[in-house]
Design a protein around this ligand. Structure first.
Ligand code: ADA
Length: 601
Protein backbone atom coordinates (compact mmCIF):
# COMPACT_ATOMS: atom_id res chain seq x y z
CA UNK A 1 0.00 0.00 0.00
CA UNK A 2 1.82 3.10 -1.22
CA UNK A 3 1.95 6.11 1.09
CA UNK A 4 0.02 9.06 -0.41
CA UNK A 5 2.24 11.60 -2.16
CA UNK A 6 1.88 15.18 -3.31
CA UNK A 7 3.54 15.71 -6.71
CA UNK A 8 2.81 16.78 -10.29
CA UNK A 9 0.23 14.00 -10.66
CA UNK A 10 -1.08 13.46 -7.14
CA UNK A 11 -2.29 15.60 -4.21
CA UNK A 12 -2.45 14.97 -0.46
CA UNK A 13 -4.04 16.83 2.45
CA UNK A 14 -3.69 16.06 6.18
CA UNK A 15 -6.81 16.12 8.36
CA UNK A 16 -4.78 16.16 11.59
CA UNK A 17 -5.99 18.71 14.10
CA UNK A 18 -8.92 19.11 16.49
CA UNK A 19 -11.97 16.94 15.84
CA UNK A 20 -15.39 16.69 17.51
CA UNK A 21 -15.54 13.72 19.86
CA UNK A 22 -17.73 11.87 22.32
CA UNK A 23 -17.42 8.74 24.38
CA UNK A 24 -20.16 6.16 23.86
CA UNK A 25 -19.98 3.85 26.89
CA UNK A 26 -23.55 2.67 26.32
CA UNK A 27 -22.72 1.99 22.67
CA UNK A 28 -25.87 3.78 21.57
CA UNK A 29 -24.40 5.78 18.71
CA UNK A 30 -24.95 3.13 16.04
CA UNK A 31 -28.61 2.75 16.92
CA UNK A 32 -29.07 6.49 17.04
CA UNK A 33 -27.47 7.02 13.64
CA UNK A 34 -24.41 8.99 14.76
CA UNK A 35 -22.75 8.02 11.48
CA UNK A 36 -24.71 10.89 9.95
CA UNK A 37 -23.35 13.26 12.59
CA UNK A 38 -23.61 13.55 16.39
CA UNK A 39 -23.70 16.21 19.07
CA UNK A 40 -20.06 16.51 20.17
CA UNK A 41 -19.27 16.41 23.88
CA UNK A 42 -15.53 17.06 23.64
CA UNK A 43 -12.86 18.36 21.29
CA UNK A 44 -10.00 15.90 20.75
CA UNK A 45 -6.59 16.04 19.09
CA UNK A 46 -5.93 13.78 16.11
CA UNK A 47 -3.57 11.94 15.93
CA UNK A 48 -3.29 10.77 19.56
CA UNK A 49 -4.84 8.19 21.86
CA UNK A 50 -7.94 9.38 23.70
CA UNK A 51 -7.00 7.84 27.07
CA UNK A 52 -4.71 10.57 28.46
CA UNK A 53 -6.22 13.63 26.73
CA UNK A 54 -9.00 14.12 29.27
CA UNK A 55 -9.20 14.37 33.03
CA UNK A 56 -10.79 11.03 33.83
CA UNK A 57 -11.10 8.66 30.89
CA UNK A 58 -7.70 6.96 31.10
CA UNK A 59 -8.96 3.38 31.49
CA UNK A 60 -11.84 3.69 29.03
CA UNK A 61 -11.32 1.19 26.21
CA UNK A 62 -14.88 1.04 24.86
CA UNK A 63 -16.55 2.80 21.94
CA UNK A 64 -16.05 6.47 21.00
CA UNK A 65 -16.95 8.68 18.05
CA UNK A 66 -14.95 11.23 16.06
CA UNK A 67 -16.14 13.67 13.40
CA UNK A 68 -14.66 16.42 11.28
CA UNK A 69 -15.63 18.44 8.22
CA UNK A 70 -13.56 19.32 5.17
CA UNK A 71 -13.95 21.03 1.79
CA UNK A 72 -12.58 19.43 -1.34
CA UNK A 73 -9.34 21.22 -2.25
CA UNK A 74 -9.43 23.19 -5.50
CA UNK A 75 -8.51 21.18 -8.59
CA UNK A 76 -9.09 17.73 -7.08
CA UNK A 77 -12.36 17.07 -8.90
CA UNK A 78 -11.81 14.82 -11.90
CA UNK A 79 -9.27 12.61 -10.12
CA UNK A 80 -9.83 9.60 -7.92
CA UNK A 81 -10.15 10.75 -4.32
CA UNK A 82 -9.46 8.69 -1.19
CA UNK A 83 -9.42 8.99 2.58
CA UNK A 84 -6.69 7.03 4.39
CA UNK A 85 -6.34 6.23 8.10
CA UNK A 86 -2.71 5.43 8.96
CA UNK A 87 -3.86 3.58 12.10
CA UNK A 88 -6.96 3.45 14.30
CA UNK A 89 -7.05 1.20 17.37
CA UNK A 90 -8.82 -1.12 17.57
CA UNK A 91 -11.74 -1.33 15.14
CA UNK A 92 -12.87 1.61 12.95
CA UNK A 93 -16.17 2.14 11.11
CA UNK A 94 -16.30 5.15 8.79
CA UNK A 95 -19.05 7.29 7.24
CA UNK A 96 -18.85 10.18 4.77
CA UNK A 97 -21.82 12.52 4.46
CA UNK A 98 -23.96 9.92 6.20
CA UNK A 99 -22.95 7.06 3.89
CA UNK A 100 -21.11 4.12 5.47
CA UNK A 101 -17.75 3.62 3.73
CA UNK A 102 -16.74 0.44 5.56
CA UNK A 103 -14.69 -0.76 8.49
CA UNK A 104 -11.23 -2.02 9.39
CA UNK A 105 -10.14 -4.28 12.26
CA UNK A 106 -6.61 -3.98 13.66
CA UNK A 107 -5.02 -1.07 15.43
CA UNK A 108 -1.63 -0.53 13.77
CA UNK A 109 -1.90 -0.72 9.98
CA UNK A 110 -3.38 1.60 7.36
CA UNK A 111 -6.62 1.37 5.44
CA UNK A 112 -8.29 3.61 2.85
CA UNK A 113 -11.63 4.20 1.14
CA UNK A 114 -12.36 5.50 -2.38
CA UNK A 115 -14.65 8.52 -1.88
CA UNK A 116 -14.56 9.81 -5.48
CA UNK A 117 -18.30 9.43 -5.99
CA UNK A 118 -19.33 10.48 -2.48
CA UNK A 119 -17.29 13.59 -1.76
CA UNK A 120 -18.98 16.99 -2.14
CA UNK A 121 -17.32 20.30 -3.06
CA UNK A 122 -17.79 21.66 0.47
CA UNK A 123 -18.98 20.72 3.93
CA UNK A 124 -18.05 17.03 3.85
CA UNK A 125 -18.76 15.29 7.16
CA UNK A 126 -16.36 12.46 8.04
CA UNK A 127 -17.48 10.33 11.03
CA UNK A 128 -15.51 7.50 12.66
CA UNK A 129 -16.76 5.04 15.29
CA UNK A 130 -13.78 3.56 17.17
CA UNK A 131 -14.24 0.37 19.19
CA UNK A 132 -11.34 -0.13 21.59
CA UNK A 133 -12.81 -3.11 23.42
CA UNK A 134 -10.56 -5.97 24.51
CA UNK A 135 -11.77 -9.39 23.39
CA UNK A 136 -10.30 -12.86 23.27
CA UNK A 137 -10.99 -13.22 19.49
CA UNK A 138 -9.11 -10.03 18.64
CA UNK A 139 -5.39 -9.53 17.88
CA UNK A 140 -3.93 -8.80 20.31
CA UNK A 141 -6.41 -10.63 22.58
CA UNK A 142 -7.78 -9.35 25.88
CA UNK A 143 -10.57 -9.71 28.40
CA UNK A 144 -9.48 -13.26 29.09
CA UNK A 145 -11.45 -13.21 32.32
CA UNK A 146 -14.48 -13.17 30.05
CA UNK A 147 -13.62 -16.49 28.42
CA UNK A 148 -16.33 -19.11 28.93
CA UNK A 149 -15.19 -21.21 31.89
CA UNK A 150 -12.24 -18.88 32.16
CA UNK A 151 -9.42 -20.08 34.39
CA UNK A 152 -8.09 -16.54 34.13
CA UNK A 153 -8.70 -14.36 37.18
CA UNK A 154 -8.28 -10.70 36.20
CA UNK A 155 -4.72 -9.88 37.19
CA UNK A 156 -4.42 -6.59 35.38
CA UNK A 157 -6.70 -3.70 34.54
CA UNK A 158 -7.49 -3.05 31.73
CA UNK A 159 -7.58 -6.85 31.20
CA UNK A 160 -5.02 -7.33 28.44
CA UNK A 161 -3.11 -10.48 27.53
CA UNK A 162 -0.08 -8.25 26.84
CA UNK A 163 2.07 -5.92 28.90
CA UNK A 164 1.42 -2.42 27.58
CA UNK A 165 -1.48 -0.03 27.96
CA UNK A 166 -4.25 -0.70 25.39
CA UNK A 167 -4.37 2.89 24.14
CA UNK A 168 -7.20 3.57 21.71
CA UNK A 169 -8.23 6.07 19.10
CA UNK A 170 -7.09 7.66 15.86
CA UNK A 171 -3.40 7.41 16.77
CA UNK A 172 -1.78 8.24 13.41
CA UNK A 173 -2.65 10.82 10.70
CA UNK A 174 -5.80 10.80 8.54
CA UNK A 175 -5.05 11.82 4.95
CA UNK A 176 -7.10 12.84 1.92
CA UNK A 177 -5.36 12.13 -1.36
CA UNK A 178 -5.87 11.79 -5.10
CA UNK A 179 -4.68 9.37 -7.74
CA UNK A 180 -5.11 9.75 -11.51
CA UNK A 181 -7.50 7.32 -13.19
CA UNK A 182 -4.50 5.60 -14.80
CA UNK A 183 -2.38 5.13 -11.70
CA UNK A 184 0.54 3.25 -10.26
CA UNK A 185 -1.33 0.89 -7.92
CA UNK A 186 1.73 -0.61 -6.20
CA UNK A 187 5.51 -0.81 -6.41
CA UNK A 188 7.82 -3.52 -5.10
CA UNK A 189 11.56 -2.88 -5.19
CA UNK A 190 13.96 -5.76 -4.51
CA UNK A 191 17.73 -5.23 -4.50
CA UNK A 192 20.66 -7.57 -5.06
CA UNK A 193 24.42 -7.14 -5.22
CA UNK A 194 26.46 -8.32 -8.19
CA UNK A 195 30.13 -7.62 -7.60
CA UNK A 196 30.49 -3.83 -7.40
CA UNK A 197 27.08 -3.33 -8.97
CA UNK A 198 23.67 -3.12 -7.40
CA UNK A 199 20.68 -4.72 -9.11
CA UNK A 200 17.27 -3.10 -8.52
CA UNK A 201 14.22 -5.05 -9.64
CA UNK A 202 11.06 -2.92 -9.70
CA UNK A 203 7.66 -4.56 -10.04
CA UNK A 204 5.05 -2.03 -11.18
CA UNK A 205 1.35 -2.74 -10.69
CA UNK A 206 -1.12 -0.38 -12.42
CA UNK A 207 -4.84 0.25 -12.32
CA UNK A 208 -6.63 -1.51 -15.21
CA UNK A 209 -6.81 0.49 -18.45
CA UNK A 210 -5.56 0.82 -21.98
CA UNK A 211 -1.88 0.24 -22.87
CA UNK A 212 0.63 2.61 -21.31
CA UNK A 213 4.37 2.86 -20.95
CA UNK A 214 6.32 3.01 -17.71
CA UNK A 215 9.53 5.00 -17.29
CA UNK A 216 11.70 4.01 -14.34
CA UNK A 217 14.58 6.28 -13.29
CA UNK A 218 17.10 5.78 -10.50
CA UNK A 219 19.32 8.64 -9.36
CA UNK A 220 21.89 9.22 -6.65
CA UNK A 221 25.55 8.77 -5.70
CA UNK A 222 26.64 9.69 -9.22
CA UNK A 223 24.18 7.31 -10.93
CA UNK A 224 21.56 8.50 -13.43
CA UNK A 225 19.75 5.48 -14.87
CA UNK A 226 16.46 5.22 -16.75
CA UNK A 227 14.51 2.72 -18.80
CA UNK A 228 11.06 2.65 -20.40
CA UNK A 229 8.88 -0.43 -20.89
CA UNK A 230 5.46 -1.15 -22.29
CA UNK A 231 2.82 -1.60 -19.62
CA UNK A 232 -0.05 -3.37 -21.33
CA UNK A 233 -1.02 -5.78 -18.63
CA UNK A 234 -1.71 -5.02 -14.98
CA UNK A 235 1.97 -5.31 -14.03
CA UNK A 236 5.50 -5.19 -15.39
CA UNK A 237 9.00 -5.69 -14.00
CA UNK A 238 12.01 -3.51 -14.70
CA UNK A 239 15.63 -4.26 -13.76
CA UNK A 240 18.24 -1.55 -13.35
CA UNK A 241 21.92 -2.32 -12.78
CA UNK A 242 23.78 0.33 -10.79
CA UNK A 243 27.56 0.29 -11.35
CA UNK A 244 29.74 1.05 -8.30
CA UNK A 245 26.65 0.96 -6.14
CA UNK A 246 26.66 2.84 -2.81
CA UNK A 247 25.20 0.08 -0.62
CA UNK A 248 22.80 0.69 2.26
CA UNK A 249 23.95 -0.24 5.79
CA UNK A 250 23.78 1.23 9.32
CA UNK A 251 27.23 2.76 8.81
CA UNK A 252 26.32 4.15 5.39
CA UNK A 253 22.54 4.40 4.87
CA UNK A 254 22.89 5.30 1.20
CA UNK A 255 19.57 5.88 -0.53
CA UNK A 256 18.74 6.33 -4.18
CA UNK A 257 15.74 8.20 -5.61
CA UNK A 258 13.55 5.84 -7.61
CA UNK A 259 11.03 7.65 -9.82
CA UNK A 260 8.33 5.75 -11.72
CA UNK A 261 6.18 7.47 -14.35
CA UNK A 262 3.25 6.17 -16.40
CA UNK A 263 3.18 7.59 -19.93
CA UNK A 264 0.45 7.86 -22.55
CA UNK A 265 1.78 8.95 -25.96
CA UNK A 266 4.83 10.35 -24.19
CA UNK A 267 2.84 12.43 -21.69
CA UNK A 268 3.21 11.68 -17.96
CA UNK A 269 -0.13 10.58 -16.48
CA UNK A 270 1.12 9.40 -13.07
CA UNK A 271 4.33 9.47 -11.06
CA UNK A 272 5.56 8.13 -7.72
CA UNK A 273 8.94 8.35 -6.00
CA UNK A 274 10.51 5.92 -3.53
CA UNK A 275 13.77 6.04 -1.53
CA UNK A 276 15.63 2.82 -2.34
CA UNK A 277 18.47 1.24 -0.38
CA UNK A 278 20.60 -1.32 -2.20
CA UNK A 279 21.31 -4.09 0.31
CA UNK A 280 20.87 -7.81 0.82
CA UNK A 281 19.90 -9.72 3.99
CA UNK A 282 20.28 -13.48 4.34
CA UNK A 283 20.74 -16.31 6.83
CA UNK A 284 23.72 -18.58 6.20
CA UNK A 285 24.17 -21.33 8.77
CA UNK A 286 24.26 -19.63 12.18
CA UNK A 287 24.92 -16.20 10.76
CA UNK A 288 22.84 -13.24 9.65
CA UNK A 289 24.48 -11.57 6.65
CA UNK A 290 23.96 -7.96 5.60
CA UNK A 291 25.46 -7.32 2.17
CA UNK A 292 27.18 -10.69 2.50
CA UNK A 293 28.89 -9.85 5.80
CA UNK A 294 27.93 -11.06 9.31
CA UNK A 295 25.95 -8.37 11.11
CA UNK A 296 25.31 -8.00 14.86
CA UNK A 297 22.03 -6.53 16.08
CA UNK A 298 22.41 -4.39 19.20
CA UNK A 299 19.44 -2.43 20.39
CA UNK A 300 16.04 -2.67 21.94
CA UNK A 301 12.54 -3.82 22.12
CA UNK A 302 10.54 -0.58 22.21
CA UNK A 303 7.05 0.84 22.37
CA UNK A 304 5.25 3.75 20.81
CA UNK A 305 4.42 5.42 24.10
CA UNK A 306 4.59 8.89 25.62
CA UNK A 307 2.67 10.95 28.15
CA UNK A 308 -0.59 12.54 27.02
CA UNK A 309 -0.39 11.35 23.39
CA UNK A 310 -0.30 7.68 24.46
CA UNK A 311 0.53 5.86 21.21
CA UNK A 312 -0.09 8.94 19.11
CA UNK A 313 2.37 9.92 16.39
CA UNK A 314 4.85 12.47 17.76
CA UNK A 315 7.54 13.42 15.18
CA UNK A 316 9.83 15.14 17.72
CA UNK A 317 9.85 11.94 19.82
CA UNK A 318 10.91 9.93 16.76
CA UNK A 319 13.85 12.31 16.27
CA UNK A 320 14.72 12.10 19.98
CA UNK A 321 14.57 8.30 20.14
CA UNK A 322 16.83 7.85 17.13
CA UNK A 323 19.27 10.36 18.64
CA UNK A 324 19.33 8.36 21.89
CA UNK A 325 19.71 5.04 20.06
CA UNK A 326 22.62 6.57 18.14
CA UNK A 327 24.08 7.92 21.41
CA UNK A 328 23.97 4.57 23.16
CA UNK A 329 25.46 2.74 20.16
CA UNK A 330 22.39 0.79 19.07
CA UNK A 331 21.97 -0.20 15.42
CA UNK A 332 18.69 -2.07 15.62
CA UNK A 333 15.25 -2.41 17.20
CA UNK A 334 12.15 -4.56 17.00
CA UNK A 335 8.77 -2.94 16.45
CA UNK A 336 7.47 -4.67 19.60
CA UNK A 337 4.59 -5.51 19.64
CA UNK A 338 2.99 -4.03 16.52
CA UNK A 339 4.06 -2.23 13.32
CA UNK A 340 5.21 1.32 14.10
CA UNK A 341 4.31 4.47 12.17
CA UNK A 342 5.39 4.96 8.55
CA UNK A 343 7.36 7.99 9.77
CA UNK A 344 9.37 5.82 12.20
CA UNK A 345 10.12 3.36 9.39
CA UNK A 346 11.17 6.08 6.92
CA UNK A 347 13.61 7.47 9.49
CA UNK A 348 15.14 4.00 10.00
CA UNK A 349 15.94 3.97 6.26
CA UNK A 350 17.44 7.46 6.37
CA UNK A 351 19.43 7.03 9.59
CA UNK A 352 20.50 3.42 9.07
CA UNK A 353 18.79 1.21 11.66
CA UNK A 354 18.06 -2.52 11.25
CA UNK A 355 14.42 -3.26 12.05
CA UNK A 356 12.64 -6.46 12.96
CA UNK A 357 9.10 -5.61 11.87
CA UNK A 358 6.55 -7.31 14.12
CA UNK A 359 2.81 -7.88 13.69
CA UNK A 360 0.33 -7.06 16.50
CA UNK A 361 0.10 -10.79 17.38
CA UNK A 362 1.24 -10.51 21.00
CA UNK A 363 0.05 -12.81 23.78
CA UNK A 364 -1.81 -15.21 21.49
CA UNK A 365 -3.36 -18.30 23.04
CA UNK A 366 -4.74 -21.35 21.26
CA UNK A 367 -7.84 -22.36 23.11
CA UNK A 368 -10.79 -23.04 20.83
CA UNK A 369 -12.67 -19.86 21.72
CA UNK A 370 -12.08 -17.35 18.93
CA UNK A 371 -9.17 -19.32 17.46
CA UNK A 372 -10.41 -19.28 13.84
CA UNK A 373 -10.90 -15.51 13.90
CA UNK A 374 -7.56 -14.87 15.65
CA UNK A 375 -5.77 -16.94 13.01
CA UNK A 376 -7.57 -15.10 10.19
CA UNK A 377 -6.67 -11.74 11.73
CA UNK A 378 -3.03 -12.78 12.15
CA UNK A 379 -2.84 -13.56 8.44
CA UNK A 380 -4.62 -10.31 7.53
CA UNK A 381 -2.12 -8.33 9.61
CA UNK A 382 0.86 -10.16 8.09
CA UNK A 383 -0.38 -9.22 4.64
CA UNK A 384 -1.02 -5.60 5.62
CA UNK A 385 2.36 -5.25 7.35
CA UNK A 386 4.36 -6.66 4.43
CA UNK A 387 2.30 -4.69 1.91
CA UNK A 388 3.07 -1.49 3.81
CA UNK A 389 6.74 -2.04 4.72
CA UNK A 390 8.21 -4.25 1.97
CA UNK A 391 10.21 -1.42 0.34
CA UNK A 392 12.12 -0.32 3.45
CA UNK A 393 15.83 -1.30 3.33
CA UNK A 394 15.80 -0.98 7.14
CA UNK A 395 13.34 -3.88 7.49
CA UNK A 396 15.57 -6.97 7.66
CA UNK A 397 13.19 -9.49 9.22
CA UNK A 398 9.48 -10.16 9.80
CA UNK A 399 8.28 -11.28 13.24
CA UNK A 400 4.94 -13.09 13.19
CA UNK A 401 4.30 -13.13 16.95
CA UNK A 402 5.55 -12.15 20.39
CA UNK A 403 5.33 -14.66 23.22
CA UNK A 404 2.46 -16.80 22.01
CA UNK A 405 1.29 -19.33 24.59
CA UNK A 406 2.17 -22.34 22.49
CA UNK A 407 3.35 -24.87 25.11
CA UNK A 408 1.15 -27.14 27.19
CA UNK A 409 1.14 -26.08 30.85
CA UNK A 410 2.63 -29.38 32.08
CA UNK A 411 5.41 -29.16 29.49
CA UNK A 412 6.23 -25.66 30.71
CA UNK A 413 6.32 -26.74 34.36
CA UNK A 414 8.79 -29.56 33.58
CA UNK A 415 10.89 -27.20 31.51
CA UNK A 416 11.08 -24.44 34.10
CA UNK A 417 11.94 -27.02 36.75
CA UNK A 418 15.05 -28.43 35.08
CA UNK A 419 14.98 -27.63 31.35
CA UNK A 420 13.28 -30.95 30.59
CA UNK A 421 11.87 -30.93 27.06
CA UNK A 422 8.97 -33.36 26.75
CA UNK A 423 7.83 -34.85 23.44
CA UNK A 424 5.61 -32.44 21.44
CA UNK A 425 5.41 -29.70 24.05
CA UNK A 426 3.46 -27.28 21.83
CA UNK A 427 -0.24 -27.20 21.22
CA UNK A 428 -0.91 -28.64 17.73
CA UNK A 429 -3.18 -25.67 16.95
CA UNK A 430 -0.24 -23.32 17.55
CA UNK A 431 2.17 -25.35 15.44
CA UNK A 432 -0.34 -25.42 12.59
CA UNK A 433 -1.02 -21.69 12.85
CA UNK A 434 2.65 -20.70 12.77
CA UNK A 435 3.51 -23.14 10.00
CA UNK A 436 0.82 -21.51 7.85
CA UNK A 437 1.94 -18.01 8.82
CA UNK A 438 5.62 -18.58 8.02
CA UNK A 439 4.59 -20.02 4.66
CA UNK A 440 2.47 -16.92 4.04
CA UNK A 441 5.37 -14.59 4.88
CA UNK A 442 7.69 -16.44 2.49
CA UNK A 443 5.09 -16.34 -0.26
CA UNK A 444 4.62 -12.60 0.16
CA UNK A 445 8.31 -11.75 0.62
CA UNK A 446 10.96 -14.42 -0.11
CA UNK A 447 13.72 -11.83 0.31
CA UNK A 448 13.71 -11.47 4.12
CA UNK A 449 14.13 -13.93 7.02
CA UNK A 450 11.10 -14.65 9.21
CA UNK A 451 11.13 -15.12 12.97
CA UNK A 452 8.85 -15.68 15.92
CA UNK A 453 9.73 -14.17 19.30
CA UNK A 454 9.12 -16.77 21.96
CA UNK A 455 9.27 -17.16 25.73
CA UNK A 456 8.75 -20.92 25.47
CA UNK A 457 12.43 -21.56 24.82
CA UNK A 458 13.28 -25.11 23.72
CA UNK A 459 9.56 -25.96 23.96
CA UNK A 460 8.76 -23.69 21.01
CA UNK A 461 8.16 -26.12 18.15
CA UNK A 462 7.41 -23.19 15.83
CA UNK A 463 11.17 -22.52 15.85
CA UNK A 464 11.27 -25.32 13.30
CA UNK A 465 9.63 -23.06 10.70
CA UNK A 466 11.54 -19.80 11.20
CA UNK A 467 14.92 -18.61 9.93
CA UNK A 468 16.07 -16.90 13.13
CA UNK A 469 15.35 -17.95 16.73
CA UNK A 470 14.34 -15.10 19.03
CA UNK A 471 14.11 -15.73 22.79
CA UNK A 472 12.72 -13.44 25.48
CA UNK A 473 14.21 -14.51 28.80
CA UNK A 474 14.63 -12.96 32.26
CA UNK A 475 16.90 -15.34 34.19
CA UNK A 476 17.95 -13.35 37.26
CA UNK A 477 14.71 -11.42 37.30
CA UNK A 478 11.51 -13.47 37.09
CA UNK A 479 13.48 -16.64 37.87
CA UNK A 480 16.64 -16.86 40.02
CA UNK A 481 15.37 -13.52 41.28
CA UNK A 482 18.03 -11.37 42.92
CA UNK A 483 20.78 -13.73 41.71
CA UNK A 484 22.31 -12.34 38.54
CA UNK A 485 25.15 -14.88 38.37
CA UNK A 486 22.88 -17.86 38.95
CA UNK A 487 20.58 -16.47 36.28
CA UNK A 488 23.54 -16.28 33.91
CA UNK A 489 24.22 -19.98 34.39
CA UNK A 490 20.62 -20.83 33.50
CA UNK A 491 20.67 -18.49 30.51
CA UNK A 492 23.91 -20.05 29.29
CA UNK A 493 22.49 -23.59 29.55
CA UNK A 494 19.19 -22.68 27.97
CA UNK A 495 20.64 -20.89 24.96
CA UNK A 496 22.91 -23.87 24.25
CA UNK A 497 19.95 -26.27 24.61
CA UNK A 498 17.82 -24.25 22.19
CA UNK A 499 20.64 -24.00 19.69
CA UNK A 500 21.20 -27.74 19.86
CA UNK A 501 17.55 -28.33 18.94
CA UNK A 502 17.29 -25.43 16.48
CA UNK A 503 20.76 -24.73 15.00
CA UNK A 504 19.93 -21.30 13.61
CA UNK A 505 21.02 -17.71 14.27
CA UNK A 506 19.87 -16.75 17.78
CA UNK A 507 18.82 -13.31 19.03
CA UNK A 508 18.27 -12.61 22.72
CA UNK A 509 15.25 -10.50 21.86
CA UNK A 510 14.34 -9.47 25.39
CA UNK A 511 16.20 -9.35 28.69
CA UNK A 512 16.08 -6.74 31.43
CA UNK A 513 14.94 -5.69 34.88
CA UNK A 514 12.43 -3.28 36.29
CA UNK A 515 14.42 -0.33 37.62
CA UNK A 516 13.06 2.56 39.63
CA UNK A 517 14.83 5.74 38.43
CA UNK A 518 17.00 7.11 41.24
CA UNK A 519 16.80 3.94 43.35
CA UNK A 520 20.30 2.78 44.28
CA UNK A 521 21.71 -0.10 46.28
CA UNK A 522 25.09 -1.53 47.11
CA UNK A 523 25.47 -4.42 46.76
CA UNK A 524 23.01 -4.24 43.84
CA UNK A 525 19.50 -5.45 44.52
CA UNK A 526 16.40 -5.83 42.37
CA UNK A 527 14.77 -2.58 41.18
CA UNK A 528 18.00 -0.63 41.75
CA UNK A 529 19.87 1.04 38.92
CA UNK A 530 22.97 -0.94 39.90
CA UNK A 531 21.13 -4.25 39.51
CA UNK A 532 19.95 -3.33 36.01
CA UNK A 533 23.42 -2.17 34.98
CA UNK A 534 25.08 -5.36 36.24
CA UNK A 535 22.34 -7.60 34.84
CA UNK A 536 22.51 -6.11 31.34
CA UNK A 537 26.32 -5.94 31.29
CA UNK A 538 26.74 -9.58 32.24
CA UNK A 539 24.06 -10.89 29.88
CA UNK A 540 25.47 -8.89 26.97
CA UNK A 541 28.98 -10.21 27.68
CA UNK A 542 27.72 -13.80 28.01
CA UNK A 543 25.81 -13.74 24.74
CA UNK A 544 28.65 -11.98 22.93
CA UNK A 545 30.78 -15.07 23.57
CA UNK A 546 28.49 -17.32 21.51
CA UNK A 547 29.24 -17.36 17.73
CA UNK A 548 25.64 -18.21 16.81
CA UNK A 549 24.20 -15.30 18.80
CA UNK A 550 23.53 -12.50 16.33
CA UNK A 551 22.91 -9.89 19.00
CA UNK A 552 20.88 -8.58 21.88
CA UNK A 553 17.75 -6.45 22.12
CA UNK A 554 17.36 -5.08 25.65
CA UNK A 555 13.85 -4.87 27.05
CA UNK A 556 13.10 -2.00 26.96
CA UNK A 557 14.56 1.22 25.57
CA UNK A 558 12.25 3.38 27.74
CA UNK A 559 9.87 2.93 30.67
CA UNK A 560 6.32 2.74 29.38
CA UNK A 561 2.68 2.72 30.44
CA UNK A 562 0.94 -0.58 31.03
CA UNK A 563 -2.12 -1.94 32.82
CA UNK A 564 -2.48 -1.70 36.57
CA UNK A 565 -1.24 -4.85 38.33
CA UNK A 566 0.49 -5.75 41.56
CA UNK A 567 3.76 -6.25 39.67
CA UNK A 568 3.52 -2.94 37.77
CA UNK A 569 3.98 -0.04 40.20
CA UNK A 570 2.04 2.99 39.03
CA UNK A 571 0.96 0.96 36.00
CA UNK A 572 4.40 1.36 34.48
CA UNK A 573 6.85 -1.16 33.13
CA UNK A 574 10.15 0.17 34.45
CA UNK A 575 12.53 -1.96 32.39
CA UNK A 576 13.67 1.00 30.33
CA UNK A 577 17.33 2.01 30.28
CA UNK A 578 15.80 5.45 29.79
CA UNK A 579 12.87 6.85 31.75
CA UNK A 580 9.57 7.47 30.00
CA UNK A 581 10.62 11.11 29.44
CA UNK A 582 13.91 9.90 27.97
CA UNK A 583 16.39 10.48 30.83
CA UNK A 584 19.22 7.88 31.07
CA UNK A 585 19.50 5.49 34.01
CA UNK A 586 22.92 4.15 35.12
CA UNK A 587 22.51 1.19 32.76
CA UNK A 588 22.31 3.52 29.75
CA UNK A 589 25.86 4.69 30.43
CA UNK A 590 27.15 1.15 31.07
CA UNK A 591 25.50 -0.25 27.91
CA UNK A 592 26.80 2.70 25.89
CA UNK A 593 30.36 1.91 26.97
CA UNK A 594 29.84 -1.75 26.03
CA UNK A 595 28.23 -1.18 22.64
CA UNK A 596 30.68 1.54 21.70
CA UNK A 597 33.62 -0.57 22.81
CA UNK A 598 34.59 1.94 25.48
CA UNK A 599 34.22 -0.35 28.48
CA UNK A 600 37.93 -1.12 28.54
CA UNK A 601 37.43 -4.85 27.99
C1 ADA B 1 7.73 -10.13 27.93
C2 ADA B 1 6.97 -9.28 26.91
C3 ADA B 1 7.19 -7.82 27.09
C4 ADA B 1 7.19 -7.43 28.57
C5 ADA B 1 8.27 -8.20 29.28
C6 ADA B 1 8.31 -7.85 30.77
O1 ADA B 1 8.95 -10.54 27.42
O2 ADA B 1 7.31 -9.62 25.57
O3 ADA B 1 6.16 -7.14 26.40
O4 ADA B 1 5.97 -7.78 29.13
O5 ADA B 1 7.99 -9.58 29.17
O6 ADA B 1 8.60 -6.70 31.06
O7 ADA B 1 8.04 -8.74 31.56
Amino acid sequence: MLYPQSNACRQRADLSGFWDFRFDPADEGLGQGWGAGFDPAEIIAVPASWNDQFADWRDYVGVSWYQTTFDLPWGWRGQKIFVRFNAVSYLAEVWLNGERLGEHEGGYLPFAFDITDRVEEAGNLLVVRVDGNLAWDRVPPGNLAGLPGAAFPTVNYPDTSFDFFPYCGIQRPVLLYTEPHDAIADLTAVTEIDGASGVVRVQIARTPGDPLAARVALAGHGAELSTTVALEESAAEVTLTVPDAALWSPDAPNLYDLRVELLRDGAVVDCYTLAIGIRTIAVEGDRLLLNGEPVKLVGFGRHEDFPVVGKGLLPALIVKDYALMRWIGANSFRTSHYPYSEQMMDMADRLGFLVIDETPAVGLFFFEEGLEKRNRLCQQMIREMIDRDKNHPSVIMWSIANEPHTAHLEARQAYYRDLTVVEHPSRPEAVAAFKAQTELVRALDPTRPVTLVSQEGALEEAFEFVDVVCLNRYHGWYTQSGQIDLGLQYLDREIELIHELYPKPFLLSEFGTDTIPGHHAHPPEMFSEEYQADFLTKQIKLTDEKPFVIGQHIWNMCDFKTSQAVHRMGAYNYKGVFTRDRRPKLAAHRVRALWRGEDGS
